[in-house]
Design a protein around this ligand. Structure first.
Ligand code: ES4
Ligand code: ZN
Length: 319
């Protein structure tokens, strides 16, 4: 089964499969501290968000040229298309590349080589969302937005990711104000490992239109009520939550209760190369583990288009 859907929570660097990582390592003369893809896969046992992020940043060392980013994005788009994705709003982490001497232009132009042809090549429309790393400083985020200015025609909005706890949304008030003034859309990760208060702060201080993850809203009934009332979309990532141990097993995931409460939930893949599946795999997994009905699966797919940054007539075409 592959319902037409939009993917709204996808880190392009998190689509780096072990085989491509080794291919790019060889092409760029980068040595990886793993003998082969099997040994690398052995490292995919995570304790929490930070243990995943350590590997995620380490493997990025193989991404060096425009062609690398193009190949990465093309591989993702082909897989996504095969799983029913018709539209993808794709996160990228420029600070992680700038820190390694890979420029904003290399990243954006490289991704664009694939994204610019995606409708034609894969039947997938795309948008790019520039994410700030919340464990870096607010000044660094402002510098990053500055560096992105020549590429703003290719970037729909900004997001906030990386290690959450201890880095509340308010730290990024200024850069979100600057992004809004540039006409950029705003989203942020909140309530993945961090407390429900971070979700409230992302809405009230950063002015975000969607919450990425938002899982921990279920701890605060008044917040759930607000999210329902204001129709704030949540981009949930069920397989990610299991791999990063925010939920013990998929059968315990609160998605059914969240749908029941009237929350505008979407199902997404986050870092599919690391967490065991792409968008369609996440749909299949929640259907099996949580016994979702066909109606609920259709609701999730419909929500993904409603919550997207597509205009309504574009939305109808993508479906
Ligand atoms: C991420 Cl799962 C997750 N959470 C926060 N930041 C991230 N960056 C890439 N994947
Ligand atoms: Zn994420």
């Amino acid at each position: 089964m592959s319902l037409p859907k939009a993917e709204l929570h996808l880190h392009i660097e998190g689509t780096l499969e072990p085989e491509l990582a080794f291919e790019l390592a060889a092409r760029n003369g980068v040595s990886l501290p793993y003998a082969d893809t099997d040994e690398l896969r052995e490292a995919y046992r995570f304790e929490d968000l930070q243990s995943f992020l350590n590997l995620y940043y380490e493997l990025m060392a193989v991404l060096r040229t425009e062609r690398d980013f193009e190949d990465l994005a093309n591989a993702y788009l082909a897989r996504a298309a095969a799983q029913g994705v018709r539209h993808a709003e794709i996160f990228f982490d420029p600070q992680a590349h700038l820190a390694r001497g890979v420029g904003m232009g290399t990243v954006v132009e490289g991704l664009w080589r694939a994204l610019g042809k995606s409708e034609e090549a894969h039947g997938v429309s795309t948008q790019l969302i520039l994410c700030f790393l919340r464990d870096e400083s607010a000044e660094s985020a402002l510098e990053t937005l500055q560096a992105a200015k020549p590429y703003l025609d290719r970037i729909v909005g900004v997001g906030l990711d990386s290690a959450e706890v201890g880095h509340p949304p308010v730290k990024f008030r200024e850069v979100y104000e600057a992004a809004a003034a540039l006409g950029l859309r705003r989203v942020a990760h909140a309530g993945e490992e961090g407390p429900p208060e971070y979700i409230t702060e992302a809405l009230d201080v950063l002015g975000v239109e969607r919450i990425d993850h938002g899982l921990r809203c279920v701890e605060d009934p008044a917040l759930v009520e607000r999210l329902v009332r204001e129709r704030v979309p949540l981009t949930l990532c069920p397989l990610s939550n299991v791999r990063l141990r925010t939920v013990d097993v998929l059968g315990d995931h609160p998605l059914p209760a969240m749908l029941e409460a009237g929350l505008l939930c979407t199902v997404n893949s986050d870092d599919p190369a690391y967490f065991g599946g792409y968008a369609g795999d996440n749909f299949d997994a929640v259907r099996q583990a949580l016994g979702l009905s066909e109606d609920q699966l259709r609701e999730l797919a419909r929500n993904s288009f409603l919550a997207s940054f597509l205009e309504h007539d574009e939305e109808r075409r993508a479906r």
